[in-house]
Design a protein around this ligand. Sequence first.
Ligand SMILES: Nc1nc2c(c(=O)[nH]1)N[C@H]1C(S)=C(S)[C@@H](COP(=O)(O)O)O[C@H]1N2
Ligand SMILES: [Mo]
Length: 437
Amino acid sequence: MAKDKKNPSRGIFEFYEKNPESADNRVFGRVSFPDRRVFLKGAGLATMAAVLGGAIPFHRNMPAGLMPAAFAEGLDDVVIEGKEGLTVLNDRPMNAETPPHLLNDDITPTARHFIRNNGIPPTDVNPDAWKLTIDGLVDKPMTLTIADLKKNFEVIEQQLVLECGGNGRAFFEPKATGNQWTYGAVGCSAWTGVRLADVLKAAGVKDNAVYTAHYGADKDLSGKEGKIPISRGVPIAKAMGSENLIAFAQNGEALHPMNGAPLRLVVPGWPGSCSQKWLTQIQIRDQIHDGPKMTGTSYRVPNRPVAPGEKVDEKDFEIIERMPVKSLITSPQTNTTVSGSEISVRGHAWSGDRKIEKVQVSIDFGATWKDADLAAPANEGAWQTFTTKVKFPQPGYYEIWAKATDDQGISQPFAIAWNPKGYLNNTFHRVALVVNG
Ligand SMILES: Nc1nc2c(c(=O)[nH]1)N[C@H]1C(S)=C(S)[C@@H](COP(=O)(O)O)O[C@H]1N2
Ligand SMILES: [Mo]
């Protein structure tokens, strides 16, 4: 730990970056699940203060095992054209998330919008020749070009939150398989397109319709013709909401190839997987859609409380619908050193298809909370930006926590109930800071 002495404020972060689990053990002593709320004292506190090179003013409140443990290891050598600063979790299929401090804008730039692919995107896409078919239980099946969509329906631009159902998976214990998303499988870009509901109304949805089925042009990883990586859908009532778009532009430009060019669905507030990319067909069905990633444990959670690690029968799973209330601190950046006793805090909050009523911020591990200023959403389906200032009583190590509450009075939890595939983690976002005087 010679390096820690030279730069004590980086020390704790490097220590954690190398091996978060052993760091946690050394700092806190061996704390095993589910008893993670052991408080820092004695040897643990001394080790922590030593690696930090400073005090932890609110150490009496500090719960163990909560250090920013999951520093995603990026595949640094992967370059994605038109994307910038994303952490690549996997490159086949391509999956990349955005570090929270790069999500500071009200409208997420395309270069910073995450990528979640289940298969291999189409290449040599010709937007002028692209066709979307609406069929199944409709009076008038139709096949439309993008020009037809623009000509026949009202074109609107909306700021819409897209979040992967597995965002936050990295923090589940025991570990859930799948992409180890930390915080950044979320974005709120300005999408341009036509309302899904307007197109479905024009096609005339029949009375016995139950669910949509979405299809795209990407290929299965195996490359097998006819095998599709993902086809999900939503209940007709959700599809008829005015918030959902069939989009052909993101932030005023053609869609990025990794975000579904030339045409995609954007179904805000529901798991990102409902927002089919490279969209070619929407079929209306008389049953809950059973395409790939609709069944089994995909985008489904147990319908009852389960013990961490418990094997759950597939019949006890239900489809995830709306995404839960959540917030993200986008400034300051975590694992940094700040100077001065007062700093500005900023971030965003969202809750499925509800509004956010309140965002609170804490610098003392949740002992006290302060209401932040909260902006109205730009439109239905957009996130809401919060800002506030926090004052630190003395130099040392702090964490800034944020907690959002929606218009149904539902708040983010301190800890999340485990589920087998690690979905819907909406615990507080925590930013680690060293404050210099
Ligand atoms: N055709 C197709 N659509 C898809 C996917 C996919 O793999 N193929 N992934 C889905 C998932 S799981 C998510 S979270 C969102 C991510 O959208 P983005 O990559 O534009 O951020 O796209 C959804 N639409
Ligand atoms: Mo997803």
